[in-house]
Design a protein around this ligand. Structure first.
Ligand SMILES: Cc1ncc(COP(=O)(O)O)c(C=O)c1O
Length: 365
C-alpha cells in the first residue's frame, strides 16, 4: 500500500553509527542494545537484525513476548528480559533460549520449582526502588550477598549476569557514583567468596558517556543508540528516526476565523493554513497545541490551534507548499529534544509514542 499519511523514516546507518560510537566509548566491549518497546518506537526486529549484522550480540527487552518476537525473526544473540515473567511461562524461556532477570530469591525459587533449566541474571536495586534485590546502603551488603548465594544454589538456574540501573546518570553524578560504589562492593564480595555471577553491567546511555570504568563486562544502551545521548558528548550521535506527515488540505482564512476545536487560535490577518495528517492518536501530543512547529524546506510552520485526534493545522502563509507534500515533524531538521521540552516530557516518550500501528515505517539501509 502506498504511504498516504504519516511515516517514520528509520535510518539504519545512523543506528549502526551510534552503536559503533557506544562501543568505542566502552573500549570495544559490547553493549546490550535495549530494544524494548519496539526499539523505542523504531521497530525492534529490523533494528536488532541490523545491529546483529554489525556485530552486536546482546539485546534487552522488557517482556517475554518481545524476546520471542526477536527470536522468531532470526535474532541469534543473547536476549535478556528485564521484567518479571510469570514462572508458568518458563518452558517458553527455555525453548526460545531467553535470559530471564530475577529480582529476589522468592522469584528465583518459583522459577526453579518448574524443573526447567534456564539462564538468569540478577537485578540489584541500588537506588531505583523499582525491581531488584535492595542494596540502598552498605549495611545491606551481607543480606544481599546471602540472597545471591541462595539463588546461586538453585540447580535449575544458571546465573549468567548481575546488573543494576542508574537513577540519574544524566543529572546527578554524585548519586550515580554512590550507586556504583554499592554495586562494586557487592561484586568484590562475590568475587572474594568465589560466587560466579557471570557478566556484570551497570551503565546505561548516560553512564557510558559519563563513567569511564572498564571493570564492567558490558553496558546497556537505549536512548543514545537512537541518536539522543542524554548528556553532552563530543561524539557525533545521529537521530535514527525522522517523522514525516502529509499535507492533506490547504485553505485561506480571514481575519477573525478560528482554527480547530475551541477556536484557541484566531487569525489576526489573512492566512494560508495547511492540514497535516497527524494527531494525538498517532502519538503527536495534544499538549503541543499552539506550541510547536513542523519543518518544510527551511520554513518553521507554526502549529495553529488544538491538535486533533488525527489532524493538526499549521501556518503556511507565504510558503510554496501543496497538497501531497510532506513536512517533517521531527528528525534531521527539527530537534526532538526541543519538542520534548515543549511537551514537558522526554525524548524517550516521544519516540515510544511512535510505535502506534497508524505510523508506517520506512527503513533506510
Ligand atoms: C534496566 C535498564 N537498562 C538500560 C536501559 C537503557 O537506558 P537508556 O535508554 O537511558 O540508555 C533501560 C531503559 O530504561 C533500563 O530499564
Amino acid at each position: 500500500m502506498i504511504i498516504d499519511r504519516l511515516f517514520a523514516e528509520i535510518d539504519l546507518k545512523a543506528l549502526i553509527n551510534n552503536y559503533m560510537l557506544l562501543k568505542e566509548l566502552s573500549h570495544g566491549k559490547d553493549i546490550y542494545a535495549v530494544v524494548k518497546a519496539d526499539a523505542y518506537g523504531h521497530g525492534s526486529v529490523p533494528c536488532s537484525l541490523a545491529l546483529e549484522e554489525a556485530g552486536c550480540n546482546h539485546f534487552a527487552v522488557t517482556v517475554l513476548k518481545e524476546a520471542i518476537e526477536l527470536r522468531e525473526a532470526g535474532v541469534k544473540g543473547e536476549i535478556l528480559v528485564f521484567g518479571k515473567t510469570d514462572s508458568r511461562n518458563i518452558d517458553l524461556i527455555n525453548r526460545y533460549g531467553i535470559t530471564q532477570t530475577v529480582d529476589s530469591y522468592d522469584y528465583a525459587l518459583a522459577l526453579n520449582l518448574q524443573n526447567t533449566s534456564i539462564n538468569v541474571q540478577i537485578n540489584i536495586d541500588t537506588g531505583m526502588s523499582r525491581l531488584g534485590i535492595m542494596l540502598h546502603k552498605e549495611e545491606d551488603l551481607e543480606n544481599v550477598f546471602q540472597e545471591v548465594y541462595k539463588i546461586s544454589r538453585l540447580k535449575n538456574l544458571k546465573i549468567t549476569g548481575m546488573y543494576s540501573h542508574f537513577t540519574s546518570a544524566d543529572s546527578d553524578i554524585d548519586y550515580t557514583n554512590k550507586q556504583k560504589h554499592l554495586f562494586d562492593k557487592l561484586l568484590e564480595k562475590l568475587k572474594k567468596e568465589e560466587i560466579d555471577y557471570g557478566k556484570a553491567h551497570l551503565k546505561n546511555s548516560g553512564g557510558i558517556i559519563e563513567i569511564d570504568d572498564v571493570k564492567y563486562d558490558i553496558s546497556r544502551a537505549g536512548i543514545a543508540l537512537y541518536g539522543y545521548p542524554p548528556v553532552p558528548t563530543k561524539q557525533d550521535f545521529l537521530p535514527v528516526m525522522s517523522l514525516y506527515s502529509k499535507v492533506i488540505a490547504i485553505r485561506n482564512i480571514d481575519v477573525g476565523d478560528g482554527v480547530s476545536y475551541g477556536r484557541t487560535y484566531i487569525a489576526s490577518e489573512k492566512m494560508k493554513v495547511a492540514t497535516i495528517a497527524i494527531g494525538y492518536a498517532d502519538g503527536y501530543m495534544r499538549i503541543l497545541s499552539n506550541n510547536d512547529y513542523f519543518f518544510y524546506k527551511g520554513y518553521k510552520l507554526q502549529v495553529l490551534g488544538r491538535v486533533c485526534m488525527g489532524l493538526t493545522m499549521v501556518d503556511v502563509t507565504g510558503v510554496d507548499i501543496h497538497e501531497g507534500d510532506f513536512v517533517e515533524i521531527f528528525g534531521k531538521n527539527k530537534s526532538l529534544e526541543d519538542m520534548a521540552k515543549r511537551a514537558h516530557t522526554i525524548t524517550y516518550e516521544l519516540l515510544t509514542n511512535m510505535s502506534k500501528p497508524r505510523v508506517d515505517r520506512v527503513f533506510i539501509k
